[in-house]
Design a protein around this ligand. Structure first.
Ligand code: CUA
Length: 264
């Protein structure tokens, strides 16, 4: 009895916890964006809202026209159909109006697109390499006396090894640790086939292509653990190579780097 109650209460507490804290991972029945943590994803969400404004306007107008057409031109309502085939004025209006709407959508869209491409002078560079089927990370900025750099593999935590509170299919054994409020460059590549390094809360989705280096930038505004998944179909375990990014204050990051370098 006590055991059964426990089984009900723990998920409930967990559900309340998830719904009241920041959402930096996908959640069941999620229908909107995860909470933003970088200026990039804030821009993406704002663009989405801008576009939704036009979308709702167009949907309303088109539905209204459709309804009016079906209703007013029913054969019982107008037995003798109008024989007008065209009108210059209406054609000018329905050509010009959508073009203006398109311009209003294109301007913020291009502004965002080009600003996302901008890599601000980075203070930290990390390299993410996609493998079948795990990620490996390198920190080429630092090395110890033996000239070794920090590099490690990041594997999924299998379902049977999950601790209470760890997220199924999202938790990894070694998270990518990065500092907050710092310009970070992420260099992404693939070791075998194309993978894609994607973290929704950070607004990043970058293909890892063998023989090529792609780069994207991060500026994480708050501490947290951000979860993502490989987003390019890369083989049978494509769904089992998640990404976990742990953003910590700069001071803790420096400590982490020192400890890691000592371990290497
Ligand atoms: Cu790696 Cu999909």
């Amino acid at each position: 009895m006590v055991g059964k109650l426990y089984l009900k209460i723990v998920p409930l507490i967990f559900a309340i916890h998830i719904s009241t804290t920041r959402c930096d991972a996908a959640e069941p029945w999620q229908i909107s964006f995860q909470d933003p943590a970088t200026p990039l994803i804030e821009g993406i969400i704002n663009l989405h809202h801008d576009l939704m404004f036009f979308l709702i306007l167009i949907l309303t107008l088109v539905s209204w026209l459709l309804f009016r057409t079906v209703y007013s031109f029913h054969y019982k309502k107008s037995p003798t159909p109008s024989n007008s085939a065209h009108g210059t004025m209406v054609e000018v209006v329905w050509t010009i109006t959508p073009s203006i709407v398109l311009i209003f959508m294109a301007i913020p869209s291009f502004a965002l697109l080009y600003s996302m491409d901008e890599v601000v002078e980075p203070a930290v560079t990390v390299k993410a390499v996609g493998h079948q089927w795990y990620w490996s990370y390198e920190y080429p900025d630092y090395s110890n006396e033996d000239g070794e750099i920090i590099n490690f593999d990041s594997y999924i935590v299998p379902e049977e090894d999950l601790q209470l509170g760890q997220l199924r299919l999202l938790e990894v054994d070694n998270r990518l640790v990065v500092p907050t409020n710092t310009h970070i460059r992420v260099v992404v590549t693939g070791a075998d086939v194309i993978h894609s390094w994607a973290v929704p809360s950070l607004g990043v989705k970058c293909d890892g292509i063998p023989g090529r280096l792609n780069q994207t930038s991060l500026f994480i505004k708050r501490e947290g653990v951000y979860y993502g998944q490989c987003s390019e179909l890369c083989g049978v375990n494509h769904g089992f190579m998640p990404i976990a990014v742990e953003a910590v204050p700069l001071k803790n990051y420096v400590e982490w780097v020192q400890n890691k370098l000592a371990e290497e």
